[in-house]
Unconditional design. Structure first.
Length: 321
């Protein structure tokens, strides 16, 4: 029997209707695997090895059938401290913020990896591949873009392109994203706020009008794209497609350009041990590469009759063997 542990946020904080980790847990359970959960605080190092204070966790039913009654969603055992090496796979599924606590967790997971555990995604790559900055590895796939701290440099970029989206390097869910059009009187205060008065770098991207057709999330398993994207369409009056910002997800078959982008990023993803990722594509452009906790499994499964989590576990099992 395979043993898999998921490092997650508190179990009851997972969104019942859309959380992708629940789909992964359910797929593992259907395979007869032993499933455990823990939080980042439950990892420790002692006597030359990493320990997990984990709880065996069993879903009461398919994630789509779970209720909001927290007492009946899961069966959870008492916490047991176990060596990381007693697990076959440890899956890092904690949401950002990507802060020092997250980084410290990757150090512990890297030690578990050295003990022979398959850690998904590779801890060193979780640290190295900032989801906004990692796109710069693929400059030919990007819209006009800048990463900088200085307001004069960012202002010059805005002068060149007139309609620009500025966002923090460490944000998620559409938080802290500003669209700044030509002659916007708030440009300076937006840049002062996002750069924390020039003390931290931010991203600027030329606004892509095709956002009205959706910000497409494309999931990749070991570099291979799922054949459908989830186009997250902004609500009226918005320029952000994030579901957390009110966007509506619509499944669409991958276009030829989508596949071209996926094929271009595939070798680097594989080389870095990034087994489960999500790229964001607007129009013909790559805008982000999500490596920490990619979502949208549940939405694509429901609309397209897929079982993405099971395909992912097929991949992981093949790597173990």
């Amino acid at each position: 029997m395979k043993r898999i542990a998921f490092v997650i946020d508190p179990l009851d904080s997972l969104g019942i209707k859309k959380d992708s980790t629940l789909a992964m847990m359910w797929a593992a359970q259907r395979r007869g695997w032993d499933v455990s959960t823990l939080q980042s605080k439950d990892l420790s190092w002692e006597r030359g090895q990493v320990f997990l204070s984990a709880r065996r966790t069993e879903l009461a039913d398919s994630p789509d059938k779970l209720t909001t009654d927290s007492d009946s969603r899961y069966q959870v055992s008492d916490t047991m401290q176990q060596s990381a090496g007693s697990f076959d796979i440890v899956f890092m599924r904690k949401d950002p913020p990507f802060d020092m606590n997250y980084i410290n967790t990757t150090y512990l997971l890297e030690q578990a990896e050295e003990d022979g555990v398959l850690v998904v995604n590779k801890p060193a790559s979780l640290r190295d591949c900032n989801e906004k900055f990692y796109t710069t590895t693929f400059p030919n796939l990007l819209p006009p873009q800048i990463v900088a701290s200085r307001i004069d440099v960012l202002t010059a970029f805005h002068d060149d392109y007139q309609d620009v989206v500025f966002k923090p390097l460490d944000g998620m869910g559409g938080k802290g994203i500003f669209r700044v059009k030509r002659d916007d009187p708030n440009l300076n205060v937006i840049l002062e706020t996002l750069t924390q008065n020039e003390s931290t770098a931010i991203v600027g991207q030329q606004f892509i009008p095709e956002i009205s057709d959706g910000d497409k999330r494309i999931l990749l398993i070991d570099g291979e794209p799922v054949p459908y994207s989830l186009a997250r369409i902004p609500k009226a009056g918005e320029s952000r497609g994030n579901l957390a910002a009110g966007g509506v997800g619509v499944a669409r078959p991958l276009t030829a350009r989508d596949r071209e982008i996926a094929e271009a990023v595939k070798p680097d993803l594989i080389n870095r041990g990034l087994i489960f990722t999500g790229i964001d594509v607007i129009g013909n452009w790559l805008t982000e590469v999500n490596v920490t906790c990619p979502t949208c499994i549940r939405e694509l499964d429901r609309e397209c009759g897929l079982d993405i989590a099971m395909d992912l576990l097929d991949c992981l099992e093949a790597k173990l063997s």
